[in-house]
Write a new protein. Structure first.
Length: 363
């Protein structure tokens, strides 16, 4: 009786066992850099969520200010611009009229000129058209300035954050699903299934990633859905290689053999027994893919193969930057660079922290 009581007391004093996820969260909370990176990523996700729901950045198309207005805090550091007055415009029109009269003196009549009727109609419409009324925004409200069309750069960068994160997260999730399914089939069944899928994998990896991205983008229409599909179809190979190795390693372990002994099907052994034991690797792979796909989206949109012309993203904003930088308008480039660098750096630090926190060998 005394020994039984002592045994029960020892069991009560023993701490309850914790899962890998609980241990990982405990290690991550002790990592200040990783925890800070997690909060930064969550802040960007909330900002993107606000953009998806139309709570922020929904008016990025509105021309609310004069073109190329510098940020409110740097209004004295923008390039000097010359604003045209009504007198300047009238003088330019008179100058163009005199040039037209001089060209008409060459002897060509209005009947012989094939463009005379079109030019006359265009001049009539221009004379009757009312100037576009743009209500300038308060300079103090333009925190990041305006672009070449007078649109608020802050609104654009918020909407660009939503688009780029949507492409990165959705493309990474779809690539994870494709790579995990193919890797599980290849590693678990082996033999001819493994040979066929390895040949398919070798075909994809024999072509450079950027060339594959450009090839898929060239034959498909532009848009967010297209970019997500292109990203997923060209980014599953790393996950496939990882899952193939993990399923080959786990299929011979005791718990899988025990599941086989009690009559579990192949699907049950693959996705109910092996897959939960490798999900921590998929989480790290998801973080790595998200960072890579955000960069790829920026490259594709910069080259003109990304989102449509009615949409904006970080890459689309970077595509406008060269023409603006030549004129000294630097703030749109600086805003995109700041947002993108902050998110990519936070994601990279979070990935390193997750890899250390979820490593079962770390105590």
């Amino acid at each position: 009786m005394t020994s039984q009581t002592t045994l029960l007391a020892d069991d009560a004093s023993c701490p309850a066992s914790r899962s890998l996820w609980q241990l990982g969260w405990q290690r991550l909370r002790r990592d200040r850099i990783g925890l800070t990176a997690l909060w930064v990523v969550l802040a960007f996700v909330l900002l993107a969520l606000a953009g998806w729901l139309g709570l922020a950045g929904s008016h990025w198309r509105d021309e609310v200010a004069k073109p190329n207005m510098p940020p409110a805090l740097f209004k004295d550091y923008g390039p000097a611009t010359v604003e045209l007055t009504a007198a300047d415009i009238d003088a330019a029109q008179q100058h163009n009229t005199s040039i037209a009269d001089a060209s008409a003196a060459t002897g060509m009549s209005a009947e012989d000129d094939p463009l005379a009727a079109d030019m006359a109609a265009a001049q009539t419409q221009a004379a009757n058209a009312a100037p576009l009324a743009v209500t300038p925004a308060n300079d103090s409200l333009l925190v990041l300035g305006s672009d070449s069309r007078g649109r608020d750069v802050l609104q654009k960068v918020i909407q660009g954050t939503a688009t780029s994160l949507l492409v990165g997260l959705s493309g990474a999730l779809l690539a994870i699903l494709i790579g995990t399914l193919l890797g599980a089939l290849s590693g678990y069944f082996g033999r001819r299934t493994d040979d066929l899928l390895m040949w398919f994998y070798s075909v994809f990896t024999s072509v450079p990633d950027m060339l594959l991205l450009l090839a898929f983008s060239a034959v498909m229409s532009r848009g967010i859905d297209t970019v997500i599909m292109v990203m997923a179809l060209t980014s599953w190979t790393g996950t496939y290689r990882l899952m193939r190795a993990e399923f080959m390693k786990h299929k011979g372990r005791e718990y899988v053999q025990a599941a086989d002994a009690i009559g579990a099907s192949h699907r049950s052994r693959m996705f109910r027994h092996i897959l939960p034991n490798v999900t921590h690797l998929l989480l790290v792979q998801f973080s790595l893919l998200t960072v890579a796909l955000i960069k790829y989206e920026a490259i594709l949109s910069f080259l003109g193969f990304g989102v449509g012309i009615s949409q904006t993203s970080w890459g689309a904003m970077l595509a406008e930057a060269p023409a603006e930088l030549l004129q000294g308008y630097w703030w749109q480039m600086a805003a995109v660079t700041l947002f993108m660098s902050l998110l990519v750096t936070a994601f990279s630090m979070l990935t390193d922290s997750l890899r250390d926190a979820l490593d079962p060998k770390v105590k």
